[in-house]
Design a protein around this ligand. Structure first.
Ligand SMILES: N[C@@H](CCC(=O)N[C@@H](CS)C(=O)NCC(=O)O)C(=O)O
Length: 88
């Protein structure tokens, strides 16, 4: 399965920095970032809860070829997946 696009749901000074940083190292600016403000409790918005029922950041949205979208939680698992996906 080919992973074609990444979007990280992020809030500064939280664990989502790990994933945003690694995506930047691997892909430069070829990924999306959407800010979810914990200070405004946006992680409890129904649209976000559909992506991450744990109401936590980060969430990693992954688009695959042929166009499926998956949502991943747990920053450690995201870092491990990205390291496996980009071994170089
Ligand atoms: N083990 C999870 C922990 C995620 C977590 O607790 N994130 C915090 C920010 S660092 C959060 O979103 N808290 C908001 C909440 O629980 O509503 C991970 O590493 O992804």
């Amino acid at each position: 399965m080919e992973l074609t696009q990444f979007k990280v749901y992020h809030c500064p000074a939280t664990r989502s920095v790990r994933v945003k940083w690694l995506l930047g190292e691997l892909l430069g600016d070829q990924f999306e970032v959407q800010t979810v403000s914990l200070y405004d409790k946006e992680q409890h918005h129904p649209d976000y809860l559909r992506k991450n029922p744990n109401h936590c950041l980060p969430t990693l949205e992954i688009t695959t070829r042929p166009g499926e979208t998956m949502y991943m939680f747990e920053s450690g698992a995201m870092v491990a997946l990205l390291a496996d996906a980009f071994p170089e």
